[in-house]
Design a protein. Structure first.
Length: 314
């Protein structure tokens, strides 16, 4: 039967896939996101580190998130390797490789903006078996992000299910299915990251000029999770984070760009590293970085044509 708006996470997943291990994994990660949301809200931030106000975990909030996620992966009993942007090497989660999964995550993206009380998030990608290198983002079986803003949401996509799906954390702690996105249309909204790169990337400067001349609405918080989520929720826009000789690519392919690329493309959007979908880039090392743009088809065509003279999408 069809997944309905209003379903609980478990009802949704049970209708969405026959893979009981994947259902259990996405449920365990939902619990982890609920816990992280609570810790982000209760951590008091003095100086750089945010420490939990209960005093029992004197860890910065992103390390708290890191530990909660590894616990969830172990508890799922279906994950072979877990890998965190905080500790970029494979950690054995003691689950099976055969029929199991490996999960790469950014425990708290934008932790440098927790102290300004901006929205931060968790990103994770799920690959089959025991490989997180020598694979591409298109090999993912699922990807998701947790978004810790005024409300807490869990945005996920599954390989075998069309669309990207948003769940809202209700007061009593249940996740409720609130929105599906299957199209990303046109609309003048842009999130231009890393403007430092325009100093020696004149084509990026040209692209930014275009957005200014066309009076695009600027929506950029410096947190990739909310900045990319807005394209899925508003079903329009373009997010860029471009590199240049003096401003090297910063965003991680495995932990950030591939999972978010999966969510954007399942939502009907497009992604690009300038030449191709970020989902077609082979992950050669856990620490690979890349420039990226996410958006509607026409925005990505403009991005590729402006930066590289032509677009594979035309
Ligand atoms: P810039 C946050 O640290 C992050 O990894 C992403 O969430 C965000 O999009 C990017 O860096 C911000 O980079 O160069 O705009 O400060």
């Amino acid at each position: 039967t069809k997944c309905e708006i209003g379903d609980s996470l478990e009802e949704f997943l049970t209708k969405a896939t026959p893979d009981k291990g994947l259902i259990r994994l996405m449920m365990c990660m939902g619990e982890a996101l609920r816990t992280i949301s609570f810790k982000v809200r209760t951590a008091s931030c003095g100086g750089t580190a945010c420490v939990n106000s209960f005093g029992d975990e004197q860890l910065a909030v992103d390390l708290l998130a890191n530990n909660v996620l590894f616990e969830a992966l172990k508890y799922s009993h279906i994950v072979k390797y877990g890998c965190s942007e905080e500790v970029p090497e494979l950690q054995d989660m003691e689950g099976p490789a055969e029929g199991g999964f490996s999960v790469a995550f950014d425990p708290l993206d934008g932790s440098s903006i927790v102290d300004t009380n901006f929205t931060v998030g968790t990103i994770f990608g799920v690959w089959p078996g025991d490989k997180l290198t020598g694979v591409t983002g298109r090999d993912q079986v699922a990807a998701a992000m947790g978004i810790f803003g005024p409300r807490t949401t869990y945005v996920l996509a599954l390989k075998d299910l069309p669309g990207t799906h948003e769940f809202l954390l209700l007061d009593e702690g249940k996740w409720q299915h609130v929105k599906d996105t299957t199209e990303i249309g046109e609309g003048k909204m842009f999130s231009p990251g890393n403007l430092r790169a325009t100093s020696d990337n004149p084509d990026y400067a040209k692209l930014i000029d275009y957005y200014v001349r066309e009076k695009y609405t600027l929506r950029y918080t410096g947190g990739m999770v909310p900045d990319v989520n807005q394209i899925i929720v508003k079903e329009k826009g373009i997010f860029t984070n471009v590199a240049s000789p003096s401003a090297k690519a910063k965003l991680r392919l495995l932990f950030e760009v591939a999972p978010l690329g999966f969510l954007i493309e399942k939502a009907g959007g497009y992604s690009s590293d300038g030449n191709k979908s970020v989902l077609d880039k082979v992950i050669n090392s856990l620490d690979d970085r890349t420039q990226v743009a996410y958006g509607s088809k026409n925005e990505i065509i403009r991005f590729e044509e402006t930066l590289y003279g032509s677009s594979r999408l035309k």
